[in-house]
Design a protein around this ligand. Sequence first.
Ligand SMILES: [Zn+2]
Length: 81
Amino acid sequence: MCKETAGIEVKQMKEVKLYQCEICGAQYKEKLKAKDCEASHIKPVKISGMKFNSMNCGSSDGYPVKITVVFENGACVDYRR
Ligand SMILES: [Zn+2]
């Protein structure tokens, strides 16, 4: 054993407990904040509309360029590419 390192104090490693939002993955020290984060996310229910470019459009790859999503609270939100 090396005499020079024998006197060095070994510190205990600190363990940290975190709670993670199951939806967005954010981590919190407090369980309640993780629960609040989960509750803050408004979940989609269905797609109520979609818009496609025609075959004649050079940039069309077959996927819709716009969709309208209905959420659990009744709101409709448009998403565009
Ligand atoms: Zn979240």
